[in-house]
Design a protein around this ligand. Structure first.
Ligand code: GLU
Length: 428
């Protein structure tokens, strides 16, 4: 079978992280089967659609590397197709007019959905629907409704598998009945369980807690300096698993192994702490070139490219989000950095010690981490003090902070001139 799947978002706001996972699972299934991934924009709700939201969707998919093979198709441009299909249902007696609207004659039999994830689900008509299960497919103003256009497009676009959020399971009986009315079998359905916050609440863009609401949109992860590869890797594991404990998985391997029956039936919890850890692993694995251009988008700019790259390499294993970069490495690029007053107050600096270290460092024939370390240790021995009494003031003088990368490597990267000038300038 030639697999054809689709992602069918409505452009009515930020791109929800759950929608992103739906897109990802469709993409993975298309790539796994060698099928086609179709992008369809469900923009029939004219009042709520925005151009900005459309761009957010397109940019989000591109950012994650979820390339589509067809589309984007826009429902707003397919009115004539819907008109013809509505006429077809009228002609075969499956649709009739009442109060100016076109209504679908819904089956009175229970509908069985053989969902590839949820299993067989029988949808009997509810109490309220028993007396009148029919529903509107074209409103009195001529605009077609979601259920109708969604099914017509899946039919026209020859979609073989509908992979979407579990919130649409309740619509599926209607959709299957519509397909049958057109005289065809429906596509296979795979409804993916929801993504929840760690506290079990629904991940919602309108959560009253602004921090939680923010994390429901993809934009937050772009802004915070997550790498698309890390977000994609994490989302792959939200509801799907390669059946071992590995967390970092190359996408080629996921594509090779991904299949629908393995998707877990229970809701997945979105653990942003774990994602952040994973992001740190991905940052650490970046090449110098990659880290360099990504850091530039987070404001790391310095004309001296070899120096800039050396700084970034030093910090690579120390950050979990790219947005941490300016704060963590600002002092490498300016002499006008802040000396943390709390750090000075906590462990006062002895200026005599600092001068002795400065003098020793000024005489070094080579400037590398090993030499800097052995000389600091030797000096501490000669002075009869703990190494910390030299390390702490030195770090403070050159970076203004008490934490950071390994001191000796930091000194090596900063270079002799910067280090000596900062040590001499430092007035605790
Ligand atoms: N436009 C619908 C949504 O955004 C698509 C539902 C579907 O995938 O069938 O949820």
């Amino acid at each position: 079978m030639n697999v054809r799947v689709r992602f069918a978002p409505s452009p009515t706001g930020a791109l929800h992280i759950g929608s992103v996972r739906t897109a990802l699972f469709n993409w993975l299934y298309a790539r796994h089967t060698g099928g086609a991934f179709v992008l369809r924009i469900e923009d029939t709700d004219v009042a709520r659609n925005t151009e900005q939201s459309l761009n957010t969707i397109l940019d989000g998919l591109k950012w994650l590397g979820l390339d589509w093979d067809e589309g984007p198709y826009f429902q707003s441009k397919r009115a004539e197709i819907y008109r013809q299909r509505a006429q077809q249902l009228r002609d075969v007696g499956h649709a009739y007019e009442r109060d100016g609207a076109l209504r679908f004659r819904m089956t009175r039999e229970p509908v069985v959905i053989n969902d590839l994830i949820a299993g067989p689900v029988t949808r009997a008509l509810g109490d309220r629907e028993v007396s009148d299960p029919d529903f509107v497919i074209v409103r009195s103003d001529g605009t077609p409704v979601f259920h109708f256009v969604n099914v017509v497009d899946d039919l026209e676009m020859k979609i073989t598998h509908v992979i979407r959020g579990e919130d649409h399971l309740s619509n599926t009986a209607k959709h299957i009945a519509l397909f049958r009315a057109f005289g065809v079998e429906s596509p296979a359905y795979a409804h993916i369980p929801m993504i929840l916050n760690v506290d079990g609440s629904k991940m919602s863009k309108s959560d009253p807690d602004p921090a939680k609401a923010r994390l429901a949109s993809l934009t937050a992860y772009v802004e915070d300096g997550y790498l698309p590869e890390a977000v994609r890797n994490y989302l792959c594991l939200l509801g799907w698993s390669p059946k071992d404990d590995r967390q970092i998985l190359p996408i080629a391997e996921v594509i090779q192994k991904f299949d629908l029956p393995q998707i877990l039936r229970h809701n997945a919890k979105f653990d942003v702490t774990k994602l952040e850890w994973m992001n740190g692993q991905y940052i650490n694995a970046l090449t110098s070139d990659e880290l360099d251009w990504r850091a530039a988008t987070f404001g790391i700019k310095c004309a001296d490219a070899p120096y800039r790259r050396a700084v970034l390499n030093l910090l690579k294993g120390k950050i979990s989000l790219l947005k941490q970069l300016p704060e963590r490495c600002g002092y490498f690029f300016t002499e006008d950095f802040l000396i943390d007053p709390a750090a000075v107050a906590k462990s006062p600096v002895d200026p005599v010690m600092l001068t002795k270290l400065t003098d020793r460092y000024a005489t070094l024939p080579v400037w590398d981490a090993a030499t800097l370390e052995s000389n600091l240790k030797a000096l501490a021995g000669e002075l009869g003090v703990k190494t910390g009494q030299l390390i702490h003031p030195c770090r403070l003088a050159v970076s203004g902070q008490t934490v950071g990368p390994s001191l000796y490597h930091m000194l090596e990267v900063l270079g002799r001139d910067r280090v000596l000038s900062r040590l001499r300038k430092f007035k605790p």
